[in-house]
Design a binder for this molecule. Structure first.
Ligand code: PMT
Length: 225
């Protein structure tokens, strides 16, 4: 058992994109390298937490000493996350595809037949919202991320209310040299019940360590699970 402020705490981290198949060769996905989520999983482990990382496909090497569950789709991410319950804290850093093709076609859709111009979509389950709104056995601290391109703070605050999570970490994902999606650095605003805190630009590892320290502070007191 690792010593540290988070020893005996169970934490779920979701990371990476989800990949939603259209047919055997095509898919819908979001842009995410997994770097921020993997860094958070490592930082929490370094504080002694028992970490389960539920991850979509990425090129990142998973940190040692944590439970890694690899998934492809949002539905798989949802069931793997629920299977990891109970936990004290959830950090939903994954870029989950909001929609998936209604039907996964078992054969390659031929473009000559026009089958690719109109793909009916259906909404995916929302992991962050489901965990936040649990009535029994809800994790004590549920943290979401908000990937925004404009009015970052306004949209992130609205998202925190809509999803019902305790904290939300807002990041600007506008394309460009310093884009958070895929890049090495991130500039975030941490929104908690106490207000908004703008953190200066730093590496994803530093964001992860700062967030893990805040989580350790919030989970002080006897372990619930
Ligand atoms: O992976 P990197 O390249 O390092 O980039 C990191 C990141 C930019 C992807 C990450 O920091 C980030 O912002 N992750 C959330 C991306 C996202 O999809 O945000 P969103 O605003 O669409 O979703 C809001 C929150 O709901 C997120 O916590 C998301 O995990 C969660 N969600 C969304 C939809 C869904 N069906 N289920 C969810 O759990």
């Amino acid at each position: 058992d690792a010593a540290g402020p988070l020893s005996h705490r169970r934490v779920l981290v979701t990371a990476g994109p989800t990949v939603e198949p259209i047919d055997p060769v095509r898919f819908i996905a979001n842009r995410s390298s997994g770097k921020q989520g993997y860094a958070i999983a490592a930082a929490l482990r370094n504080l002694g937490a028992d970490v389960t990382l539920v991850t979509g496909p990425t090129n990142e090497k998973p940190p040692a000493g944590i439970n890694v569950v690899r998934v492809q789709t949002a539905r798989e991410m949802m069931s793997a996350s629920e299977a990891a319950l109970p936990f004290d804290c959830a950090v939903c850093c994954a870029a989950v595809a909001d929609y998936r093709p209604e039907i996964e076609t078992p054969h390659k859709i031929k473009k000559e037949r026009g089958g690719l111009t109109d793909i009916p979509l259906t909404e995916n389950p929302d992991i962050l919202k489901t965990l936040s709104k649990m009535t029994e056995g809800r994790p004590r601290l549920v943290i979401g991320f908000a990937a925004e391109t404009d009015d970052v703070l306004g949209h992130a605050e609205a998202k925190r209310n809509r999803k019902g999570c305790d904290w939300i970490v807002a990041n600007d994902v506008s394309p460009g040299e310093h884009c958070a999606m895929g890049g090495e650095r991130n500039t975030v605003i941490l929104i908690t019940e106490d207000g908004d805190e703008e953190w200066p630009e730093m590496s994803k590892g530093e964001v992860a360590r700062k967030l893990a320290d805040r989580i350790a502070g919030a989970l002080k007191g006897p372990a619930l699970v």
